[in-house]
Structure formats: structure tokens, C-alpha cells
Ligand binder design. Structure first.
Ligand code: NDP
Length: 445
């Protein structure tokens, strides 16, 4: 494999798709050596086939707001690869959504899902619709209009979407309601469903919990734990709140959360009633970060800034892609941070990752450390197939086990001669090998 040639070819075919090209580059650079040691991969054109999605559906979504005005958004589903199981990956509703972002997310999802050890292929979808400030009725009408196009492409054995940015339990409910009406079946086609109608216990908090479990495993390799540590977190959405809760439960003090407008520094720690306060604001579509500073004494809102300037032992970026750059990484290193575990997808830029590696930080890429969300979605699919629901403790045990196994796989393939573990390399190789071998078994399709 010639990485430069493949990347140049992709750049010529897909100009301007920077996030997608960034994600492909990282994976290709990690797997280059092992790929070239296995000539059967080259002979079967595995790389050329895995970097392009199987298919992309693009559609328009007309919907009416509460005043009767018509709006038109764009919707997408990128079905990337189903070598090891049905397509699986979230839906993102955010004004920044475009094909490059969904292709990067779908590509990453292939290897993340492979790492979970569960039979799931990779996909992603969404829309440039902005749920912020919309009424529940507007969200419902939009979700229904979205599903009117999507339903033909998905199914419990075909493609199983879930949530992502802007898509939580409420949106999954509206999407599922319309799907059910169209197919006249109650099946497990979406994950992240409500507990009363097929959802799995622990799914809402699974990505954040899983991220903390992964960081716990990394810290354990150095004889360290969360106990007494100071933690910075970005975002306060589906992923961040689970991470904040679990890190606190394990004895750490979480001192930041953030939004697109800035971050909160709360030296007293973000826990208990403060988390409940933010969840309530979130449920009613309100901004969270600025009101927090008004409500809780001692908390300071830093407008237009990111939390990585705050002194911490552990950083958990849980907001969005490329939210932690080289300067942020250097700030973390200078302030003595020992561990960075990504809750979001690709939050650290390549330059930031280089700094983490150079300074031998424990650094986990989202593809490994945030896989707990999709893993629990996989567990939801299993429960739906069995028409059975496991108890919270059972799901949590399975999640913890899966995160431990992913950590072991990363160590197996990412250990360097000096003993440092390159978790990026480890995750990419472990995730890729399983998919590549399945593709070899299944012929050229
Ligand atoms: P949410 O929409 O629930 O939360 C995102 C949070 O990040 C919100 O608090 C949002 O603030 C904040 N935010 C958005 N943009 C910025 C920014 N530029 N700077 C700082 N904060 C920002 O999304 P999720 O929690 O579901 O997803 C977060 C990340 O985790 C994404 O990368 C997603 O792909 C990834 N992920 C999610 C999984 C899941 O299970 N949901 C699974 C695996 C990965 P505001 O609301 O004010 O805009």
C-alpha cells in the first residue's frame, strides 16, 4: 500500500472533504506496516474498497414550523461497510452536518464497531437541521419527515441507526414512532430507545461511562486511578454527562464543562444536584453552560475559551471533532495532565495527538474509548432479538468487560519497544484486521 498515492487519489475524487480525508489518513498510516505484511489484503483491494462507502442516500426534508412556515433541510445516510454485521451508527442533527463529516464518522464507525467484538458494520447519518430552540412539536414534525425517507433503507438486520449530536432519547422516540407506523412492525431498528419500548438500561450514559472505564484501564497500567484526580470535561451532552457522573463516582473532581460559547470552571466540582440542574435545562432545549455560572456560587464562565487551559490530571474531550488543537495539547502537557481519553469522535487534531505521543501521555482515541455507546447499542439489539431486558448491573458489567477487552486489544497491537502504548495505532490495527479478514472471506463484492 502506498498511503500518499491512495490519499492523493481520494483528495482528487473528494475535494474539500477534509474531515473524511483526515480520518482516512490516520487509519492508513497506522495500518501500513501490517497491511504490507499481508499481501492477500493488497490482492483483494481491501483498502481501496474499505475507504469508500457502500452507498450514500441523500434526501430533502421539508417540514413546517409552529408558525406554518416551510423549511427544507438535507438528510443523509452513509452505509459504509457491513462485512461483520448490519450497518450501525448514529444520526447527527446539527447545522454543521455535511457529507465530509458523515463520511469521517461512518469510516471511524467501521473500526470502532469491530473493536467492540459485537457483529456490527459501520454507518452514519443525519441532517443539517438545528434542534436548538425548536419546540417539541417542531422536533417531532422534523423527525417524522426525516423517517419518511430513511425507513426504506433501514431494518433490524440491515441498518440500525442510533443517536449522536442533537439526537437523544426524544428524537429516537419520534423517529421510531414514524418507522413503526410505516413498516407496521415493532422491531429493534433504532437503538437508544426508551426503556418502556425496547431500550437498554445504561444506554443513555454508556458512552460516557465507557470512556471513563477505558481511562481507568489506562491509568491502571501505571498503578493509578481516578481517586483524588482533577478532571476537565468538554461539552455537556449525551456523552459528557455520563463521563462527569462516572468520574465523580470513582472519586475524581470534575471542574469543567463547556459549550460552543465557552466553558465553566467550577473549583467546587460538578456533581449531584448540579448535574440534575443541567439535565433539566437540556431536556427543555435551553443553553446550559452560561446559566450554570449564574446558579452555582464559585463557578466562572470563560466566554469564547476552551477548558484545556485549566490544570488537570485527566482530560475528557466529549463535545465535537477538532476541539482540542496543538496549543491546547501543549497547555495540558505543561499543566501536568497524564491522561487524555476521547469521549467525542476525533476531538483532538493530528498535531495535538503528536504532542500527546511525544510527551508519552496516556492517550485514547475515541474509536476505542467512546465505543461503549455503540457496544451498549449492540447489547440493546441482542435484547430486542431475545425479547428480553437485562438488569442495569448486567449491562454495566458487560460494558465494563467490553471496554477492558478493547483496552487489551489496543495494548496488544499498540505496544512500542520502549513499553509506551500507542493506543491510536493499536485501535486502528485491531479494528481493521477483523474487518479485512471478513472482507477476504466474503469475496470481491
Ligand atoms: P450532544 O449534542 O448531546 O452534546 C454535544 C455537547 O457539546 C453539547 O453540550 C454542545 O453544546 C457541546 N458542543 C457542541 N459544539 C461545541 C464546541 N464547538 N465546543 C464546545 N462544546 C460544544 O452530542 P453527544 O454527546 O451525543 O456527542 C458528543 C460527541 O461524542 C460527538 O463527537 C459524537 O459523535 C460522539 N459520540 C457520541 C455517542 C453517543 O452515544 N451519543 C457515541 C460515540 C461518540 P450545545 O448543546 O450548547 O450546542
Amino acid at each position: 500500500m502506498n498511503v500518499t498515492k491512495i490519499l492523493n487519489g481520494l483528495e482528487a475524487k473528494h475535494p474539500g472533504e477534509s474531515e473524511y480525508l483526515q480520518a482516512v489518513k490516520e487509519v492508513l498510516e497506522s495500518i501500513e506496516t501490517i497491511y504490507n505484511e499481508n499481501p492477500q489484503f493488497e490482492a483483494a483491494g481491501i483498502i481501496e474498497r474499505v475507504v469508500e462507502p457502500d452507498r450514500i442516500l441523500t434526501f430533502k426534508i421539508p417540514w413546517l414550523d409552529d408558525s406554518g412556515k416551510v423549511h427544507v433541510n438535507l438528510g443523509y445516510r452513509v452505509q459504509f461497510n457491513n462485512a461483520i454485521g448490519p450497518y450501525k451508527g448514529g444520526l447527527r442533527f446539527h447545522p454543521s452536518v455535511n457529507l465530509s463529516i458523515l463520511k469521517f464518522l461512518g469510516f471511524e464507525q467501521i473500526f470502532k464497531n469491530s473493536l467492540t467484538t459485537l457483529p456490527m458494520g459501520g454507518a452514519k447519518g443525519g441532517s443539517d437541521f438545528d434542534p436548538k430552540g425548536k419546540s417539541d412539536a417542531e422536533i417531532m414534525r422534523f423527525c417524522q419527515a426525516f423517517m419518511l425517507e430513511l425507513w426504506k433503507l433501514i431494518g433490524p438486520e440491515t441498518d440500525v441507526p442510533a443517536g449522536d449530536i442533537g439526537v437523544g432519547g426524544r428524537e429516537i422516540g419520534f423517529l421510531y414512532g414514524m418507522y413503526k407506523k410505516l413498516v407496521r412492525e415493532h422491531n429493534g431498528v433504532l437503538t437508544g430507545k426508551g426503556l418502556n419500548w425496547g431500550g437498554s438500561k445504561i444506554r443513555p450514559e454508556a458512552t460516557g461511562f465507557g470512556n471513563v472505564y477505558f481511562a481507568y484501564e489506562m491509568l491502571s497500567t501505571k498503578g493509578l486511578s481516578f481517586e483524588g484526580k482533577t478532571v476537565t470535561v468538554s461539552g455537556f451532552g449525551n456523552v459528557a454527562w455520563g463521563a462527569v457522573s462516572k468520574a465523580t463516582e470513582l472519586g475524581a473532581k470534575v471542574v469543567t464543562i463547556s459549550g460552543p460559547d465557552g466553558y465553566i470552571y467550577d473549583p467546587n466540582g460538578i456533581s449531584g444536584e448540579k448535574i440534575d440542574f443541567m439535565l433539566e435545562l437540556r431536556a427543555s432545549n435551553n443553553d446550559i453552560v452560561a446559566p450554570y455560572a449564574e446558579e452555582f456560587e464559585g463557578a466562572i464562565f470563560h466566554a469564547g475559551k476552551r477548558p484545556w487551559e485549566v490544570k488537570c490530571d485527566i482530560a475528557l474531550p466529549c463535545a465535537t471533532q477538532n476541539e482540542l488543537n496543538a496549543q491546547d495539547a501543549q497547555n495540558l502537557v505543561n499543566n501536568g495532565c497524564i491522561c487524555v481519553s476521547e469521549g467525542a469522535n476525533m476531538p483532538s487534531t493530528p498535531e495535538a495527538i503528536e504532542i500527546f505521543h511525544k510527551n508519552k501521555l496516556l492517550f485514547a482515541p475515541g474509536k476505542a474509548s467512546n465505543a461503549g455507546g455503540v457496544a451498549t447499542s449492540g447489547l440493546e439489539m441482542s435484547q430486542n432479538s431475545m425479547k428480553y431486558a437485562w438488569a442495569s448491573a448486567d449491562v454495566d458489567d458487560k460494558l465494563r468487560r467490553i471496554m477492558k477487552d478493547i483496552h487489551e486489544a489496543c495494548v496488544k497491537y499498540g505496544s512500542q519497544p520502549d513499553g509506551y502504548v500507542d493506543y491510536v495505532k493499536g485501535a486502528n490495527i485491531a479494528g481493521f484486521l477483523k474487518v479485512a479478514e471478513a472482507m477476504l472471506d466474503q469475496g470481491i463484492i
